[in-house]
Write a protein that binds this ligand. Structure first.
Ligand code: NAD
Length: 262
């Protein structure tokens, strides 16, 4: 019988350890909050040094780390193992979307940068984390923060959409290869999540105007007419690491209020 903790959420992860990339802000920080609240110890990695002071508590360790630097990733994983003793869950969240532009104007340096953060870094981390995830007593769990651009790419987002689609295939192949090790990998596909660093007020205003909508209409422009915030994405990511998803792998779950695919 799970006892309720303060805050009313039953613990899902007693004694388990999670690592979240891009953990200093937006969806990554919300994932840290949800996992801590559900009883996990959490290692947060971020390029931004503010990760180190994010929380002063025994079950959190914030490490400044550029996920595109394989040596830094290795050091961060070693630190995590020394501090908490292993790794059960991985949230592959760090990602960038630097503006976007038509393919004809796409700069190859920008293409490489997006691929390097959104795709290559996740391959490196998956490979480094694999021996640890194999040892997780309840099975290793990986949640990938994908994008609605995978099932429904938009114009002006070629590098971002391609990087997320490739990441999605990587997740599916890893699920096939690592099922024998009881490692489960699943992807969440959010649409726009506005309480994050990816959305400035200026971008929001211009996107809303582009569709002839008010900002409020644009934020809830989906079937359910709801705004999907980073907390909603994080809560689903935590559940995907829990027993409800014990028999699910290689799944792609939209978290978008229902869009034009419905
Ligand atoms: P965010 O900018 O608030 O958070 C991203 C975090 O990743 C930042 O803290 C940033 O410092 C960190 N980061 C960036 N590059 C890094 C690197 N090289 N090494 C380590 N950390 C790095 O944005 P967010 O919206 O929370 O984005 C999180 C994920 O969600 C991304 O993968 C993004 O593609 C995805 N996503 C976001 C939205 C949205 O509308 N916000 C929609 C769909 C998917």
């Amino acid at each position: 019988q799970a006892k309720l903790r303060k805050g009313g959420k039953p613990p899902l992860f007693t004694g388990e350890i999670a690592l979240v990339t891009g953990a200093a802000s937006g969806i990554g920080k919300a994932c840290v909050d949800s996992l801590l609240q559900r009883g996990a110890a959490v290692i947060g990695l971020d390029l931004d040094t503010k990760i180190e002071a994010l929380y002063d508590r025994a079950d959190f360790c914030g490490i400044t780390c550029d996920v595109t630097d394989e040596t830094a990733l290795h050091a961060a994983l070693e630190q995590a193992v020394q501090r908490f003793g292993g790794l059960d869950m991985l949230i592959l969240n760090a990602g960038i979307f630097p503006g976007g532009c038509p393919i004809a104007d796409l700069d190859s340096a920008e293409w490489r940068k997006v691929m390097s953060v959104n795709l290559d870094a996740n391959l490196a981390l998956l490979r480094q984390a694999y021996p640890l995830l194999k040892l997780a007593p309840q099975g290793g769990r990986v949640v990938v923060i994908g994008s609605k651009n995978v099932p429904a790419p938009g114009p002006g987002a070629a590098a971002y959409s391609a990087s997320k689609a490739a990441l999605n295939q990587l997740m599916r192949v890893a699920a096939l290869e690592w099922g024998k090790d009881n490692i489960r990998l699943n992807t969440l596909h959010p649409n726009a999540v506005f309480d994050t660093g990816l959305w400035t007020q200026e971008v929001l205003n211009s996107r809303a105007a582009h569709y002839g909508l008010t900002v409020e209409e644009y934020k809830t422009n989906n079937v359910l007419k709801v705004e999907v915030d980073s907390h909603a994405v994080a809560e689903l990511a935590a559940e995907m690491c829990g027993p409800l998803f014990a028999k699910t792998t290689a799944a792609q779950v939209p978290v978008d209020g229902g869009n034009d695919r419905v």
